[in-house]
Design a protein around this ligand. Structure first.
Ligand SMILES: [Zn+2]
Ligand SMILES: [Zn+2]
Length: 207
């Protein structure tokens, strides 16, 4: 059995969760949880995610206001060049002292994770009766949401030539002389249509 404090995402909050008005800080790296994006646009599990934030104890729970940052290596969806960027986000989440579910948990705290409170903000459970805050679910949710759907090397990337794949960022004047090809294709189509209209002896049952 693994204890909550053995989790690589555990943050000890026992000293602040005893009464309201206390505060502490978190400022360190946590390993990226599994399941963030895919191989093209994603964060490999274990990538150091830096979390810097304040934890304040309120009457009914702990409030975490954090800045989360992690490097992102991906490729431009237009020109396929490698893109080295980062994901930044500023989640504000609440960890209530009271378990939101009346039934006793059987070590299945994951199921309770990610509940929306009335204000629409994210709420996560504390572990070990309020002694630890586990940031795994929070980090996964935050990073999945912050992943760019279509990363670009720069906002105005010209992409690749759809005909030959040449990088149009390097060759902005690149184009193909397409008129001749198009007229030739049209001519071929015209001939085919004319043949279909006059199928000769191979007529349909039009009697
Ligand atoms: Zn690009
Ligand atoms: Zn081309």
């Amino acid at each position: 059995m693994s204890r909550p404090e053995d989790s690589p995402w555990a943050v000890s909050v026992a000293q602040v969760s005893t009464r309201a008005g206390q505060s502490t800080r978190v400022d360190r790296d946590f390993p990226a949880p599994e399941g963030i994006g895919d191989q093209v646009v994603g964060i490999p599990a274990g990538t150091p995610v830096h979390v810097k934030g304040d934890i304040d104890s309120l009457v009914d729970g702990l409030l975490l206001q954090a800045h989360v940052s992690v490097p992102l290596k991906t490729e431009c969806t237009r020109c396929l060049r490698p893109v080295n960027t980062s994901i930044q986000d500023d989640p504000v989440v609440f960890f209530p002292y009271k378990e939101p579910e009346p039934e006793p948990t059987h070590g299945k705290e994951e199921i309770l994770a990610e509940q929306e409170d009335e204000a629409g903000g994210q709420t996560y459970p504390l572990a070990s009766g309020g002694a630890f805050m586990d940031l795994e679910a929070l980090l996964r949710d935050t990073l999945v949401e912050a992943l760019p759907l279509q990363p670009l090397c720069r906002p105005d990337c010209r992409g690749l030539c759809p005909q030959c794949g040449m990088d149009l960022n390097d060759h902005p004047d690149h184009h193909h002389e397409m008129m001749d090809d198009r007229w030739a294709a049209l001519e071929g189509l015209k001939q085919r249509l004319e043949q279909e209209e006059n199928p000769g002896s191979d007529g349909r049952t039009g009697e």
